[in-house]
Write a protein that binds this ligand. Structure first.
Ligand SMILES: [Zn+2]
Length: 88
């Protein structure tokens, strides 16, 4: 999965761009929203919208993002490590 971290940093929001594997040229926007009382991931792929309505589960992009965030010990650290990889 090809993932880029957005450069602009809105407070409480981390944005990532994920290239679609099934649809060349298409990229999805995954966002981690941190507010006072909630921390949630969103993805703008069709699967996420469908799943959210049907059973409130994550799409494959967010499964990957949450696994990577766990490995990186946090979303902010993950964003920094992705940015560093892109810059290198
Ligand atoms: Zn998705």
């Amino acid at each position: 999965m090809t993932i880029r971290a957005a450069n602009n940093r809105t407070s409480g929001v981390r944005t990532f761009y994920i290239a679609s594997e099934s649809r060349p040229g298409v990229q999805y926007v995954a966002q981690f929203i941190r507010r006072a009382r909630q921390r949630r991931w969103f993805c703008d792929c069709p699967d996420f919208k469908f799943r959210r309505l049907a059973q409130r589960r994550h799409c494959k992009h967010l499964h990957e993002m949450t696994a990577m965030a766990r490995e990186a010990h946090g979303v902010a650290r993950l964003a920094r490590s992705i940015s560093a990889n892109v810059a290198a």
